[in-house]
Design a protein around this ligand. Structure first.
Ligand code: ATP
Ligand code: MG
Length: 171
């Protein structure tokens, strides 16, 4: 099963992102209920490893990071909003990676925290350019991440379905 660990975006902040998406007016928008900040992407994990993964994640201790989403950027075809420098969040991502690697292999890659707003195509360039000129410096309301979630991703033609498997408290 395809797994990842992420912070859910609270409703109030998700509402601000939806307003930005409406302003964008093009691309494949990430549905409000799918908005998330990935801490670790595990890829395909055997069902037999799930119980150990759950134990490892449940053992993890971290303060609740205050997350401030700010600054919109285009990464290839993903329009993303970044995160203000955040040592607590970075430490949390490292702890998640260590916990995961105690159970399954996961490639090492730099943590670039972000929330994807939309996937866009070259044909969307004019609207994307206009949107970035107006809103690239957007700053959203900071939120305390009071937990993180282990998700299973079901890839579907109409877009992924993220199934929360377990939630773990922070703080
Ligand atoms: P789709 O692939 O259909 O556009 P998605 O990317 O939202 O949907 P997944 O591919 O299952 O769904 O990814 C789940 C989360 O993990 C997303 O935040 C995605 O950016 C991240 N992710 C996926 N693949 C990788 C990867 N190879 N490295 C790092 N993060 C990844
Ligand atoms: Mg993907």
């Amino acid at each position: 099963m395809r797994l990842f660990v992420a912070l859910a975006v609270p409703e109030a902040v998700a509402g601000q992102i939806v307003a930005l998406q409406e302003m964008l007016g093009t691309g494949r928008l990430v549905p409000e209920e799918n908005l998330h900040l990935t801490l670790a992407f595990l890829g395909d994990v055997a069902g037999a490893d799930l119980a150990d993964l759950d134990l490892a994640l449940a053992d993890l201790r971290s303060p609740a990071p205050m997350v401030e989403l700010a600054g919109i950027d285009l990464w290839d075809e993903a329009l993303v909003i970044g995160v203000r420098a955040n040592p607590v969040l970075e430490a949390l991502a490292r702890k998640v990676a260590v916990a995961v690697r105690g159970v399954v292999e996961m490639p090492r890659r730099r943590f670039r925290p972000h929330v994807t707003l939309a996937r866009v195509r070259p044909g969307d360039a004019v609207r994307v350019g206009r949107f970035l000129s107006a809103r690239a410096d957007a700053v959203l309301t900071p939120f305390a991440a009071e937990g993180f979630t282990l998700y299973r991703s079901h890839l579907r033609a109409e877009g992924p379905l993220y199934e929360p498997l377990a939630e773990y408290p922070l703080g």
